[in-house]
Design a protein around this ligand. Sequence first.
Ligand code: FES
Length: 80
Amino acid sequence: MTVTICIGSSCHLKGSREIIQKLQELVCQNHLEEKVDLNGSFCTGNCVKGVCVTVDGELFSLKPEDTETFFEEKVLGRLG
Ligand code: FES
């Protein structure tokens, strides 16, 4: 599974760094390094709401405080 976090300037201001750090921690804690590939991307033009994060190409907008819920639902939930 590929999870891409936008590190463009608008997303950066909304906390993309924090989201990346949290996701890295969660991936480690769950021993998913082999299964989840975390990437950064430049602006994809979806800066309106929150930080742009895609999971296998599907787009989500996150706030840093949503990271854990997002991880549980969209990452752990999909890996089954
Ligand atoms: S800066 Fe992230 S989508 Fe534009």
